[in-house]
Design a protein around this ligand. Structure first.
Ligand code: AMP
Ligand code: MG
Length: 500
């Protein structure tokens, strides 16, 4: 395969050269089958940024033959469509075999930064669909499409979304909705649960094949390690720690952190009932189906650790059954990576060159929690406050207006300013750095919902606006000011659940 020259993007999807390394794994790893496609598909949105990753001119996605391809009605040359098998723990309980119940892997395409696997999500039943219909509704597909691209805009590791295609095909959920297909992209769709599957089956040979496949394709440097599988576990633990620190810093809640929804590359994957924090509440549960609150915001870092231990348990047969060593591989990598990354990110959000200290952060979270301050607005407004103020100056109003207890807000600001004074960074530099660390725009649930409501009426302009806005979340974009506001009253009743 030739890498497309990024200077001369491919003008047609037929110019994409497909390979499928996952298809070359032994037959028990997957089932080969074509996607079922969508009747009378219509293009809902495309991501130019995702297209660029595979050297594709975005205009190529609007051609009629591209629409049939994106909908799963036409297989690209060289594609060997398949659904992969995996298992997993759901809500802390072993769920047995799951697998790609509504995803079909088309194969991989080489981009300037390496190969990207392309996958249809929502293109019909597979042998792993269990009771499901293999479909995804327009509502959940828009959420996945927008959030994949929003996370990329924020610089947070994520699978990507190339396009979304809708149709009138009815799909039954709580009410009747319509079907859509998202073309997802990822360097790999292997999950923690992909390993758990072979461990549960007692198939050590398959476990070794999968570990070798992931190491050779994604972490070739680990081949040199004394114990490559142990090094893999350490690497996945570190990447997961860094990912969780980024989620916590930006206020992202995944909603369904089951082990089958944990990427072996430390990417955010499988967008369902996710949410971004509006009014801050550490105990917030964004998934309406999560009655016990297992995946509440403040618990996410512990859940990721629990999931890593499940992965470690699955890899035990490749680690001489040495439980202590497997646990140490997770613990020595995950905690330090999370702590270091989180302190650095929070320091940056607060305008500090040094990592944020415990006392300042404890006071901050108390303030945010007691006042239910809008999380994104709080940091964005903080970014432009001056480092020095005369007592009682009205300049702090943008932040204090977010606090019911203004006195508590003012007290915390005094603490914050003593830290700034300790560093004496030039004001312009500090403010510019804070503006680059505190997004103005995140995919608030109400923003996604307003794009969904319009799209269900066949109006895609709002969705395109949200996509464009979230591609540059740190920039002031006056035309999109409305997307930076806390939820309006009509959004009070929005509930997101596992229904997708
Ligand atoms: P999720 O929690 O959405 O990541 O899905 C968990 C498992 O259920 C995975 O194996 C999915 O492929 C499968 N699944 C979810 N929704 C459907 C559906 N509508 N049809 C078939 N399988 C599904
Ligand atoms: Mg999933």
């Amino acid at each position: 395969m030739n890498a497309p020259d990024p200077e001369f993007p491919l003008r047609s999807i037929d110019a994409l050269a497909f390979d499928n390394s996952f298809a070359r794994l032994p037959a028990r790893f997957h089932t080969r089958l074509a996607p079922w496609g969508l009747p009378e598909p219509r293009l809902v949105a495309t991501s130019a940024a995702a297209a660029a990753l595979i050297g594709l001119d975005p205009s190529a996605l609007t051609a009629p033959e591209a629409l049939q391809w994106l909908a799963g009605n036409r297989l690209p040359d060289g594609a060997e469509s398949l659904a992969a098998v995996y298992s997993g723990h759901q809500f802390g309980v072993w769920a047995g075999r799951l697998g790609d119940g509504r995803a079909h892997l088309a194969g991989e395409v080489r981009g300037a930064g390496g190969p990207w696997e392309l996958q249809w999500k929502g293109a019909g039943r597979t042998p792993y669909s269990r009771m499901g219909d293999g479909r995804a509704v327009l509502r959940s597909s828009i959420r996945e499409f927008l959030c994949s691209e929003a996370m990329a805009g924020l610089g947070i590791p994520s699978t990507r979304a190339l396009a979304i295609v809708g149709s009138d095909l009815p799909v039954q959920r709580e009410e009747t909705e319509t079907a859509a297909v998202v073309m997802r992209m990822s360097p790999s769709f292997v999950r923690f649960g992909s390993f758990e599957h072979w461990a549960a089956a007692g198939d050590v040979e398959a476990l070794q094949i999968l570990a070798d496949y992931v190491i050779d394709r994604h972490f070739p440097a680990l081949r040199e390690a004394p114990q490559p599988v142990e090094a893999l576990l350490q690497t996945v633990s570190r990447l997961t720690g860094e990912l969780l620190a980024q989620w916590q810093a930006v206020g992202f809640m995944h909603g369904v952190m089951n082990t089958d929804n944990m990427s072996i590359l430390g990417l955010t994957i499988d967008y369902g009932p996710f949410g971004f924090m509006d009014g801050f509440d550490g105990g917030h549960v964004c998934n309406h189906s999560d009655s016990a609150g297992r995946y509440r915001f403040s618990h996410q870092p512990q859940v990721a650790h629990w999931n890593l231990l499940a992965l470690a348990g699955a890899l035990l047969p490749l680690l001489d059954g040495d439980r202590e060593r497997a646990r140490a591989a997770v613990d020595e990598a995950y905690g330090p990576a999370y702590d270091e990354c989180f302190a650095r990110l929070m320091g940056a959000k607060l305008g500090l060159a040094a990592p944020a200290d415990e006392a300042l952060l404890t006071g901050l979270y108390l303030l945010l929690q007691r006042n239910r301050c809008d999380y994104t607005s709080f940091f964005r407004r903080l970014s432009v406050l001056p480092a020095q103020v005369e007592a009682g100056v009205a300049g702090d109003a943008p932040v204090l207006d977010l606090c019911i207890d203004r006195e508590a807000g003012a007290a915390w600001l005094r603490e914050w300013r003593t830290r700034l004074a300790g560093e004496a960074r030039p004001e312009r530099e500090r403010q510019a750095s804070m503006t680059r660390s505190n997004p103005k725009y995140v995919l608030r649930n109400w923003v996604a919902e307003s794009a969904i409501r319009a799209a269900r009426q066949g109006e895609f302009a709002e969705l395109h606006d949200v996509l464009h806005c979230l591609a540059r979340p740190f920039d002031e974009q006056p035309e999109f000011e409305r997307f930076a506001t806390p939820p309006p009253d009509w959004a009070d009743g929005i509930e997101v659940s596992c229904s997708s």
